[in-house]
Design a binder for this molecule. Structure first.
Ligand code: C2E
Ligand code: CA
Ligand code: CA
Length: 705
């Protein structure tokens, strides 16, 4: 802030001083002038006139006296009239004009003089002669006039002087007071100015302080105002945000509520909502003594489609399947997705179970119709388990569990069908449950072992490899086939641990064989690996680690995978397979021909071997179509520079056929069943040591069948 000094007090002070000085000067001048005055001009003029007048009277009187002093003869009236006119004019002078008025005012008795003159005039007018008496009267008037003027003059003189002096004194006194007052005011003014000047700086300082504090306060106010505005803005913003978040919360709540009751993908009810409705339907059925049916649906081959065509296509399929199911239902029925490819359907107001048959058949039919998904034709079907209230149970838990068992039975019976629950199913479901428990224990307690099945080159009957096959001998349940427990292990995830164990044991065994010089050093070990091991863990890394750990050279390991793993067309899988090949490990496609592998997949992935599925081998010379298929596979594999191994070779006939068609590598009971290590060693060692000629002489029958 600029410090502004006000000039007003200075200007005011100087103005005040100026006025006082001027008034002082003018008072002094006036005083001087007044004190030099004695009598007023009017008065001196009057006295002067009276003197002149007196002098004129004296002169007229003298002339009159001269004219009439020796007038024994009465003067004629004419001459007398002249005198009389003079006298008359003298009186008139007094009576008229300003001075005359003053004289009359001062007490000269002009009236009595006039009266005397009128009397003389009257005498003259009457034509009377001018008598002595008249002349004396004129004398008398002159005398009277002279005496009166003189007297008046004297009186006037004295009176005026006294008056003038007293008035002058009065004026002087007044002016003295005035001057005193002026000087007093001057001094007071000076004192005030001095005081003002002295306080001015103080005032300026005060003003400065005041202005500073006002400015500061203003700034504070402005700032706080700005803060306030900001606060209001913030408040408004917060309010908007609050509203938004309320809206979001409301939406979220609705979403949560929706999610709590519906499946987001298919828009069907979820398990929660389904169970609610199931509960109330059972309650109602109980009161009305009516029927309620529960359908438990599982899509067949869904996993395969998901694996081969990808999850987004899988999702599309689920949506499409859901809407197809929904279209077969009445408005009061409820369809729900229980997760994955499992659905549950609640049919209420059922008159008899025949009605259920109709609905179930319609659902099977609609789901068996091919799905058009992103340019692919997908074929799925459904397996359905059915339970009903009150026949199979009175509560939802029991009915669901039993429907699940019935659905499993439908699967077992070849899929694409439906089964009503029977008591036998409960037994089987229990067994399955028991098996699952036992599998867990087996993994924990390492209850597995490995068998090896030789892979033969039929041209010279030499053992070129051994496929490791897992074995599980359960204490109570006895021998359990991998065909039974491997799918379960895949389903429950135990396959990862089991697979790792198999790979490690097989590699260890291979190293042992490599060290036994008497064995064919070129023999490799083939290990089955589940797709799940590639999809949920890094199989390539596992293989690398185990090769390092066991010291087995990569070229002695062959990994057997299934076609479905390739068909998922997953980059992660591709990377792992490439890495496995980079290590020098061979890759075989197991059960070739049962899946949907196309030539393009075989070219794309780094595969080294095809294992023709045993179902084709079994039908050699029985089914001409299969013969042609095998021939086709062999020639295709050769053209792609792939090895071919025929699985499940059980007869000489099959061996001959395969050899004729350029497939010399074989595996099957014809040569040997899978054997425990000792048996395997015995067989192979015995043959390689003692029957070299036999092998070279192509006598495969020497090998144990
Ligand atoms: P796979 O890989 O196709 O194995 C060949 C199966 O065919 C074996 O059954 C074997 O005993 C059987 N086999 C061999 N030669 C013949 C024959 O001439 N005639 C007949 N009828 N069968 C023959 P296995 O050992 O019961 O194994 C069944 C399946 O279980 C295997 O089929 C494989 O898919 C799976 N598996 C076995 N061991 C393992 C393992 O360690 N890991 C994984 N992931 N799967 C395994
Ligand atoms: Ca295999
Ligand atoms: Ca196989």
């Amino acid at each position: 802030m600029n410090k502004k000094v006000s000039k007003a007090p200075y200007l005011l002070s100087f103005g005040l001083i100026g006025i006082m000085v001027l008034s002082l000067i003018s008072s002094v001048v006036l005083f001087k002038r007044l004190s030099s005055l004695e009598v007023s001009a009017d008065r001196s003029e009057l006295v002067f006139f009276m003197r002149q007048y007196q002098y004129e009277l004296l002169r007229s009187n003298a002339a009159f006296a001269k004219a009439y002093s020796d007038s024994a003869t009465p003067a004629n009236s004419q001459t007398f009239n002249q005198w009389f006119d003079i006298l008359w004019s003298r009186v008139e002078v007094i009576d008229a004009g300003a001075i005359g008025a003053m004289v009359i005012d001062d007490g000269l008795d002009v009236l009595s003089m006039k009266r005397s003159i009128y009397e003389i005039d009257a005498l003259l007018n009457n034509g009377q002669k001018v008598s002595e008496a008249t002349i004396n009267k004129v004398y008398g008037i002159f005398d009277e006039l002279i005496v009166a003027t003189h007297r008046y003059q004297l009186a006037r003189d004295n009176l005026d002087r006294e008056n003038a002096i007293s008035r002058q004194n009065q004026s002087l006194q007044t002016y003295r007071y005035l001057v005193g007052f002026i000087i007093g005011s001057f001094i007071l003014g000076l004192a005030m100015v001095a005081y003002l000047l002295r306080n001015n700086s103080k005032l300026q300082q005060l003003r400065w302080n005041l202005e500073t504090s006002v400015e500061k306060r203003t700034k504070e106010l402005r700032d706080s105002n700005a803060d306030l505005v900001k606060e209001i803005d913030d408040h408004k913003k917060t309010e908007i945000e609050l509203k938004n978040s309320q809206r979001v919360a409301e939406e979220a709540r609705e979403k949560v509520q929706y999610q709590a009751n519906y499946d987001s993908l298919t828009k069907l009810a979820n398990r929660n909502l389904f169970l609610d409705r199931f509960q109330s339907a059972l309650h109602k059925a109980q009161q009305e003594r009516s029927l309620v049916a529960l359908l438990f649906i599982d899509l067949d081959r869904f996993k395969h489609i998901n694996d081969t065509l990808g999850h987004s296509v899988g999702d599309e399929l689920l949506k499409d399947a859901s809407s197809r199911i929904n279209m077969q239902l009445r408005s009061h029925d409820t369809a729900a997705r229980f997760g994955g490819d499992e659905f549950a359907i609640l049919l209420t107001d059922i008159q008899c179970l025949d009605d259920v048959d109709i609905v179930v058949q319609r659902i099977l039919k609609t789901l068996a119709t091919p799905f058009k998904l992103s340019g692919h034709d997908a074929f799925v079907s459904a397996s359905i388990g059915v339970t009903s209230y009150p026949k199979d149970g009175v509560n939802s838990g029991t009915l669901l569990r039993k429907a699940d068992s019935a659905m499993y039975k439908a699967k077992e019976l070849g899929k694409n069908n439906y089964q009503y629950f029977t008591k036998q199913m409960d037994v089987e479901a229990n067994q399955r449950h028991e098996l699952e428990k036992a599998l867990h224990t087996a993994v924990e307690n390492n209850q597995f072992s490995l068998n090896f099945q030789p892979i033969i080159d039929a041209q010279n009957n030499s053992v070129i490899g051994a496929e490791a096959l897992i074995r599980w001998q359960h204490e109570q349940m006895g021998y359990i086939s991998p065909a039974d427990f491997i799918p379960l292990a895949e389903e429950v995830g135990l396959i990862v641990d089991i697979g790792e164990w198999v790979l490690r044991e097989a590699c260890k065994q291979a190293v042992v064989w490599q060290q036994q010089s008497q064995l064919d050093k070129a023999m490799y070990v083939a290990v089955n690996m589940s797709s799940r091991q590639f999809q949920t863990t890094n199989a390539a890394l596992l293989i690398t680690n185990i090769l390092n750990e066991t010291g087995l050279a990569a070229k002695y390991l062959k990994i057997e995978i299934t076609e479905s793993l390739l068909m998922a067309d997953d980059q992660n899988v591709m990377d792992q397979l490439t890495e496995i090949r980079r290590l020098g490990v061979s890759l075989a496609i197991d059960d070739f021909g049962t899946g949907y592998s196309s030539l393009s997949y075989l070219k794309k992935f780094p595969i080294t071997t095809l294992k023709i599925d045993q179902s084709f081998i079994k039908d050699i010379n029985i089914d001409v179509g299969d013969d042609e298929l095998i021939k086709g596979i062999i020639s295709m594999a050769k053209s792609l520079n792939l090895n071919v191994v025929a699985e499940g070779v059980e007869s000489q006939l099959q061996v001959d056929f395969l050899l004729e068609n350029n497939c010399s590598k074989m595996q099957g009971y014809y040569y040997s069943k899978p054997l425990a290590v000792d048996d395997f060693n015995q067989l192979v060692v015995k043959n390689t040591l003692n029957q070299l000629t036999v092998i070279t002489a192509s006598e495969p029958s020497i090998l144990v069948h």
